[in-house]
Ligand binder design. Structure first.
Ligand code: COA
Ligand code: MG
Length: 295
């Protein structure tokens, strides 16, 4: 499939109220930046944060980093003004928190259109309410409409813990079912999905383990709260050199004249099927996209 892979290995949150970090992020190795107006900003700073985020986006200087504005909930006092301001400032996507139903997608997309958003402006949503876990498929299904903007799920694991009582401790076994269900829902409709944050940002081993777990679950990347988490996230969510060369071997093997029309072949003593060739092309596409991002 000729899908365009946009690396989203490292997705760094920044409080919109913190001018210093908005400036700092222009030099950080993040694939994506989330300029936050919601949970990281206290109620008395909402207006200042909105103005600073708009100013930062207008000024630019973020290179080819993908830019996402997380607005306040559309039922909050700030959500609709945030959305209008974000559309005006022109990021790559608007991230809407606390969605729970498929209808929430249509509502957000309708407001975006009304605010004059170009069709290239995407919608991302936080998956962080108990209802969103129950309705993950219904929410993702909205991406199937021809004019859909929905492009990405972001796991809001702190809110999920708060709302459900499930723990983030240990290896997140209290949340595994929801993480996996959300991955399945996202992938069923061609969405990317980014894992939740790891709060204890000085705990490098803990972060590494959780990032690797996310990658095993099928996450495309991880949301981050601190620059120290960038390098390990970029590493964990990139294909390794070995994986890339194995992928190239598989693609080359299927291209040999003696293998045309075959569904299963042997490469290096291992059974390889056409589905592995699809996976290999995906690996190479991701590796190429990462290389393109770096240049
Ligand atoms: N984005 C960009 N830069 C950041 C950053 C972030 N999220 N977090 C920290 N930095 C910068 C700091 O400005 C500092 O640089 P400086 O000394 O040149 O100013 C450097 O990285 C080191 O920061 P450090 O002192 O270790 O952390 P801190 O005590 O300043 O901040 C947090 C800790 C958690 C408050 C901060 O990392 C943060 O606000 N993270 C994002 C929280 C968030 O957005 N949450 C919402 C989603 S869960
Ligand atoms: Mg939240």
């Amino acid at each position: 499939m000729a899908r365009n892979f946009r690396p989203r290995r490292s997705v760094l949150y920044m409080p919109g109220s913190n001018a210093r970090v908005l400036e700092k992020a222009r030099g950080l190795e993040a694939d994506t930046l989330i300029l936050d107006l919601e949970d990281a900003v206290s109620p008395d700073q909402k207006e200042i944060a909105r103005a600073q985020v708009v100013a930062a986006l207008t000024e630019g200087g973020y290179g080819n980093r993908e830019l996402v504005v997380r607005i306040n909930g559309l039922d909050s006092p700030w959500g609709r003004d945030d959305l209008a301001a974000a559309v005006e400032a022109g990021p790559d996507a608007i991230l809407v928190p606390k969605v729970s139903h498929g209808a929430d997608i249509g509502l957000a997309e309708g407001l975006m259109a009304k605010a004059g958003a170009p069709s290239s402006l995407k919608l991302w949503v936080m998956m962080e309410t108990p209802l969103a876990m129950l309705n993950a498929g219904e929410i993702a299904h909205e991406a199937g409409r021809a004019d859909a903007r929905l492009a990405c799920f972001v796991m809001g694991t702190n809110d999920l813990a708060k709302e459900t009582g499930a723990s983030l401790a240990g290896d997140r076994d209290g949340m595994l079912a929801w993480l996996s269900m959300s991955v399945a829902a996202a992938k069923a409709y061609g969405l990317d999905i980014i894992d939740g944050v790891f709060n204890d940002f000085r705990d490098e081993a803990g972060f590494q383990a959780e990032a690797e777990q996310g990658a095993r679950l099928g996450m495309d990347g991880k949301t981050l709260i601190h620059p120290g988490q960038l390098e390990p996230a970029n590493e964990v969510f990139s294909p390794t050199e070995d994986e890339i060369s194995w992928a190239r071997e598989i693609i080359a093997a299927f291209a040999l004249p003696e293998n045309t029309g075959k569904g299963v072949i042997t490469v290096d003593g291992r059974m390889v099927e056409l589905l592995h060739a699809d996976m290999a092309r995906r690996t190479v596409a991701i590796a190429d996209a990462i290389k393109a991002l770096q240049s």
